[in-house]
Design a protein around this ligand. Sequence first.
Ligand code: DAH
Length: 346
Amino acid sequence: MDLESLRADLEQLRERALERIAASTQPDQIEQLTVDLLGKKGELTLVLRGIGALPAEDRPRVGAIANQVRQAIEAALDERGRELRKGAVADRLRDEALDVTTPGRPIPRGAYHPIAQTLARIADVFGQFGFVVYESPEIEDDLTNFQMLNIPRDHPARDLWDTMYVDIPEHLLRTHTSPGQIRVMHAEKPPIRALLPGRCFRYEATDAAHASEFFQVEGLMVDEGTTMADLRGLLDQFAHALFGADKRTRFRPGYYPFTEPSVAFDVECLICGGRGCPACSHTGWMAILGAGMVHPVVLQYGGIDPERYQGFAFGMGAERITNLRHGVGDLRLYLENDLRFLEQFR
Ligand code: DAH
């Protein structure tokens, strides 16, 4: 081994290394070449083994050449590596490009049905006065839907509450939530503060103001010393919470077989403020519910001693309340499931 042949080997190594570096196409090839060419067991190290066989004065010269070769290879690796990495980034940017101008896929947003919203609101208001929500069956018996509410078999009031029968004469689709009063009285001892929202049914020709299927909310309070004043105060709070604290209210005499006395509860017309308009039939008032002091006969059927306890009850149509809250004019909209209507209540 002499100086010249070692120099020639180094030159050749440089040539070939630079060719290989130039020919590489991937950043990881550069890493591999770095190891192969310059690593501890790399080609440069291999060639430099021959250095030991040279005379001492030649060694620094070979060392200098070897350094140049190393630097040249390093510089080439560095530059090509940088080029390839830049290319790789460009490739990824292209391959993984996200077209931010593509219109998004809308995620459909659901909502509670307006009647469900009203039921929740009503439960919320009465809940603040200690009223607890109960459930009661939609298929009732004649006894609970009628007789125990003081509506005997041949009572003319039954015309008001005609319905579909599951089997005649015993089981029917409940015509109101009032039978829930009886069921709560059987299940609980006074003091009772119950709220009974639920679906009701009637034999009815459908039009804007009549439906054979609708929702009511029943309220029942039974305690010692419960009076009409308690009822009035509670209903005032309710009307003010739903329709505005400035709204006037009134009791008007009414009739229901299961309450005595019975009243209709009105709120001042929400459209005209009481001056009179077509919406309130020029009375200035809108009826929102029926109510009264629970008839002693009904308390008795409920297993409660009317000498000791008094109670009041009220019942309202959830569709009517919803109409008033949102200015809806046709009951049928609530059952048609037309999204153009329902989406307005999100
Ligand atoms: N159940 C009656 C109806 O369907 C509404 C009602 C009136 C309920 C007076 C009551 C009440 O609890 O006291 O028309």
